[in-house]
Design a protein. Sequence first.
Length: 470
Amino acid sequence: MWGNGGRFSVSHSRQPLRPERLRARLLNYDYRKGGHRHRRVSAAPFRSSTSRRATSTENIDIFDEDNQALEAVRDVWLERGLCTRPADRSTAESAVAQLYRRSRLPKPEFVWVQSPSAGSDLIAAEGLSNKMSFDGTGLDCACGHIASMFSASRRRMNARIERRSIDWQIERWEMERRAFGGVGASVSEGSDQRGSTQRGSTQRGSTQRRVNPARIIRSAIWESLHTTLFDGVAAAIRTMSTPVAGGVTWYGQQDAHRIAYYDTCHRYGLATFRSEDRELLDVQTALADSTGWWWAFDDVCIMAERPRVLHSEWIPGSARGERRLHHSDSPALEFADGTKAFVLHGAIVPDWVVLDPTAERIAHERNVEIRRCAIERIGWDSYIELAGLTLVDQADDPGNAGCLLQLYASPEGWGRSGRILLAVNGSFERDGHRRRYGLHVPGWFTSALDAAGWTYGITGADYSRLVRRT
């Protein structure tokens, strides 16, 4: 029988609106009173709110790849995924208890820890494990039953989205055909201006018909949130934690990408899901909105608090609002128990890179990416002076007006011979400045132009004739 021995603290849905009010409702904002509403959450089983969601697409063109309503939905889920408020333990426990109940398992004992790292350490220390079945059914345990339930639900929802997506294409074509009186895409060469306008509109409609609305939602919602939350935040947390063998880790708020995708498909009428799938979607939404990582075992569920500090920045050039972890002076991610991660522009680095980078530490660092981050942390000019780099050659960059190409001898301790070509990025960063970066080139180069040409696979003479590089 599981018991925490007093060592750990054990705690005992929405309608869619028009786009202009969607964000307010999803963020639980009372637009009538100009303030936030704090709702009391019952520990009783959830009553599905999905059935109350409208499936109308009023004021929404699901074929529009620049749909601002989708951006608003994405931003709401992004805020959930980056939330640093304490976990809503009663809501999280009620959601997990319903998953156990659906799996025909008794309600587990809940043990809360301050971070995913503490959770994985506790699991290892207590020897918690799941029973592995050898009859092809996988894990015969709580996490196996819950994972199978989620997987089956996703398959059913995917099938309905695919069928409805095909219907959308047909309906759009029929609507446009009626709008143009059956003219279609064929308009005579001698038509008047009205005919020309019809032809242009029909061609645009033809292009839109080839766009899969589910693909638009997946790109705007799933892929964007996956990049920020799963590839970014969850990946950083994994570096702090001991892998849990033979079990399943659920990421709570960092699972938002897939939940948001299915919720949005249903909300915008792209598909109508079965009641059991809508209810499961409500449960998963509650978990994403209330907790961090969690692990299910037969008698106990380990649940981790959300981070108390999380700093991020927009990814330069991102088309869908993706973000990455970053803070130049302190941890980008930190939990209440002091577990932390230092991250510079999305690159996870040792603490010394942020807190005390030196030329000596950089010289002894074998990881090229960490070394680059450390140099950029103190600045190339300072590093060149501190490391005593020898300038071999410099020249104006013909593809980057007003900027220099500088060729330096590699410092001792870098582990391989060669030289460093210091250049300036041809494109601006989001904040308007151009990033300087160093490229490792072979040691036989004595000309900065030849070295620059080599990085593009051309000669220095050809590089010197460039008009503009990026």
